[in-house]
Design a protein around this ligand. Structure first.
Ligand code: PLP
Length: 408
């Protein structure tokens, strides 16, 4: 059978066996930089070994668990011993239907969702939800409340205005988006309140969620979904692109409380009406099969790790180590208000900006990628998503300390 012959489990095992033999000379040759050992042996290593040597701080698409890569790559070669690649199986088959079903069930389980809430895997990224949410929830002559906490909220607000009226319930624009608004003013007649739980670019995160806002609550959780324990049932719509905490780019998780649907008077295009997706079990049309599979594997990984409570502990440890180091080093400076700092994306600068390039070059040299800040903010941004290992934060903070000593 094609898949089995072309890349068998035996071959992968053989690769693993070769690895130590290529590394042995490197271990004994004093003074040869580790990067050289890596390149000298990389031809003989499988991709898995190479990626393990990189600390991936990318903001998204971003780091994923190694076992997810291994299983996903095996499925591309031969999915579940079918002899077919996951890329060539039909979605309405006994091969794929259980994947979609497990992915949806895992979301409900990991978030402890009640029966009113449905989990959907849709196309179009979080950006599509900027318009799909108001299209489904906001009548033309009605009002939706939005919080303005930065780039992503601004984009969501722009789309909502295409469908109805928008009021700004709270904004951190005046602090250049370095804070989260503490006081909200939400009209009781608003169709919903929209928040961005984690601002990926500004590096802020809501710690006190506005559960008691008095109207349906909608959240863009693209960059902190499943990273911490929240009362997920208190949200009426949650959406998130998968490419940060949940898998590969190409699929969007949308959690919907069925009770908020069916209240708009406009005629909805079939593909944009959440109710049709719910009715069809998230298979209204061809889903992004591979992206859903990777999301399911990532959700399984999270469940095996102990679920959201377990990952929250790890995420807290990473963020606390990072921020305590940042605060202890005089040449680095956090730019976000301490109580609003994101535990997913840390944004910081240097007192002397002329040193920033040197530090970035050093990071690159040490295999740390994605440390450069977003083009609109500058400085640095370190993303610490679920799959980022604690060791990566240890390595980065050690480098920051070393650099400070050298410059101090
Ligand atoms: N919302 C937030 C908070 C994001 O960080 C991003 C992307 O990084 C988006 C929305 C847009 O997501 P997508 O590219 O999947 O449309």
């Amino acid at each position: 059978m094609r898949g089995k012959k072309e890349r068998s489990g035996e071959e992968i095992t053989n690769n693993k066996l070769y690895t130590p033999f290529f590394l042995i000379p490197c271990v004994f040759l004093w003074g040869i930089p580790s990067q050289f050992c890596f390149f000298a042996s990389s031809k003989n290593l499988n991709v898995k070994t190479a990626t393990a040597m990189i600390h991936n701080f990318n903001a998204g698409p971003s780091v994923l668990p190694k076992e997810v890569f291994e299983q996903a790559s095996q499925a591309v070669i031969d999915f579940n011993n079918t002899g077919l690649s996951i890329l060539e199986i039909g979605h309405r088959t006994t091969s794929f239907e259980p994947i979609m079903s497990e992915a949806r069930t895992l979301v409900k389980e990991l978030m402890s969702l009640d029966d009113d809430h449905e989990a959907l895997f849709l196309h179009g990224g979080a950006t599509t939800q900027f318009m799909q949410v108001p299209m489904n929830l906001l009548n033309e002559n009605e009002l939706a409340a939005y919080t303005d906490t930065g780039t992503w909220a601004v984009k969501a607000i722009k789309e909502a205005k295409l469908f109805g009226h928008v009021e700004i319930a709270g904004s951190s624009k005046e602090t250049n988006y370095t804070t989260i608004p503490k006081e909200l003013t939400v009209s009781p007649t608003a169709s919903y309140l929209h928040i961005t739980t984690n601002e990926t670019i500004a590096g802020t995160q809501w710690k006190d969620l506005p559960y008691d806002c008095g109207v349906p609550l909608v959240a863009d959780m693209s960059s902190d979904i499943l990273s911490r324990v929240l009362d997920y049932n208190r949200f009426d719509i949650i959406y998130a692109g998968a490419q940060k905490n949940m898998g590969a780019a190409g699929v969007n998780l949308v959690v919907v409380n069925k009770n908020v649907l069916g209240k708009v008077t406009r005629v909805l295009p079939t593909i944009l009406d959440y109710r049709n997706h719910i009715k069809e079990g998230s298979m209204l049309n061809t889903p992004p099969v591979f992206a859903v599979y990777v999301a399911m594997l990532t959700l399984r990984w999270l469940k095996n790790l102990g679920g959201v409570a377990a990952i929250e502990k790890i995420n807290n440890a990473k963020a606390e180590l990072f921020y305590s180091t940042l605060d202890s080093l005089p040449i680095f400076k956090g730019i976000v208000a301490k109580e609003d700092r994101s535990y997913m994306n840390a944004v910081f600068v240097m007192d002397d900006p002329s040193l920033e390039k040197e530090f970035l070059d050093l990071c690159k040299q040490e295999g740390m990628v994605g440390v450069k800040g977003h083009r609109s903010v500058g400085g640095f941004r370190v993303s610490m998503y679920n799959a980022l290992k604690y060791e990566s934060i240890v390595a980065l903070t050690d480098l920051m300390k070393e650099f400070t000593e050298r410059k101090g």
